[in-house]
Design a protein around this ligand. Structure first.
Ligand SMILES: *Cc1c(COP(=O)(O)O)cnc(C)c1O
Length: 371
């Protein structure tokens, strides 16, 4: 017989304990730090931590002082890289509200990443509540104007055991970092290096999961890109080594002279970007055709030369939408259009940024009010 009390059984949602920082950063110092924070070097006073064990499920949810994490040197994450993460931003609107952009989408992707890395699923509501708790605790750290508060949820395997198996214990945490606009001056198009020998992900691998291991595997190619004078690396598929997949941490779009767009399809080797998905929706909303279809390097080069390809851009949470101006490859370099930022690229970025910052109507219900 079901009882009438309506209490929810397992899994219960842990109640957050708040332990405010005993000596938070003085406001003059904080304002100085968030004036020109750059990306990912300045951190707020607090962090969220939630523990998981097979016996207790998710427990010990705390919003507390940000500080070092104690780990046993045998913790599984340190040896077998069982780790996943997310990235999203909190924005302060011109009228003082605080908005997140589609945090539920990050929660669901975090669950998919967890499943691929044999990690426990963090309930969507708990993920979103943890974000809200941290953003409220550190709301004073959200820069005004073009800046935002970058939020970094992550999960690591903490069991002290050197055997190879999924860990039985995990730590979920969120840290926050005030960041400036990626586009300080006029939007400067990216130059990209196409990595034809080093791959990021292969069929059946973890390319669709947002895990640190994918980034570790991309760093050598990223370093080669930097050596060649490029900001970003473009990866090709690992089987035929000719289909463009994505950048190290951003998805890619191509804009053609007939007004249509194309972006590589999600096939398990590229990351299902939330910005990518929003760009597809916005472009279709403008009446443009968007194809999720393969595009090979040879066509990219030919279409850039003939002018059939008008624009190319990368997109992701950190940079939002960034034009690609120059493409460098082992067989030679080519420019997209006149190497400057394309008109549609600029329009899509402005449209998306205005929704994220609460400056224009959010007809898709993408923004999430925190305060
Ligand atoms: C996070 C990420 C992206 C972009 O995803 P967004 O949800 O738009 O931020 C693209 N590629 C990779 C490899 C990523 O890790």
């Amino acid at each position: 017989m079901r009882k009438a009390c309506g209490r929810i059984a397992w899994p219960r949602r842990p109640v957050f304990k708040t332990v405010p920082h005993p000596a938070p950063t003085a406001s003059a110092r904080r304002l100085e730090l968030i004036r020109e924070p750059g990306f990912g070097r300045v951190f707020t006073d607090h962090m969220v931590t939630i523990r998981y064990s097979e016996a207790m499920g998710w427990h010990d949810a705390v919003v507390g002082r940000r500080g070092p994490i104690m780990l046993d040197p045998a913790a599984a994450v340190l040896h077998y890289a069982q780790e996943i993460f997310e990235g999203l931003k909190a924005y302060r609107t011109d009228d003082g509200r605080v908005l997140l952009f589609q945090p539920q989408a990050n929660a669901r992707r975090f669950q998919r990443s967890a499943a691929r890395l044999a990690m426990p699923s963090l309930p969507e509501a708990l993920f979103v509540e943890a974000l809200e708790q941290l953003v409220r605790a550190d709301a004073a750290w959200i820069p005004q104007g073009d800046g935002s508060l970058y939020l970094r949820p992550f999960m690591i395997a903490t069991e002290a055991f050197l055997g190879v198996k999924p860990s039985s214990e995990y730590l979920f945490a969120i840290i926050a970092s005030p960041v400036g606009s990626y586009f300080k001056t006029a939007a400067e198009p990216l130059s990209v290096w196409v990595s034809e020998d080093l791959s990021r992900a292969g069929p059946g691998g973890a390319g669709a999961a947002k895990c640190g291991g994918n980034y570790a595997a991309s760093l050598l190619a990223q370093a080669e890109a930097a050596r060649r004078g490029c900001e970003q690396v473009v990866f090709l598929d690992a089987v035929e080594r000719r289909w463009v997949e994505e950048l190290g941490g951003m998805n890619v779009f191509f804009v053609f002279d007939d007004g249509s767009l194309r972006t590589p399809p999600l096939g398990g080797t590229i990351l299902d970007g939330i910005t990518r998905s929003a760009v597809i929706t916005l472009a279709r909303g403008r009446g443009l055709e968007v194809r999720e279809a393969g595009y090979c390097l040879a066509d990219w080069r030919d279409d850039a030369r003939t002018g059939r390809l008008r624009e190319a851009f990368a997109c992701g949470t950190a940079a939002v939408v960034a034009a690609i101006g120059q493409v460098k490859t082992a067989e030679g370099d080519f420019a997209i259009g006149d190497g400057g930022e394309g008109a549609l690229t600029a329009q899509l970025r402005a449209q998306l940024v205005d929704i994220q910052r609460g400056r224009s109507a959010d007809s898709h219900g993408w923004t999430h009010l925190v305060a």
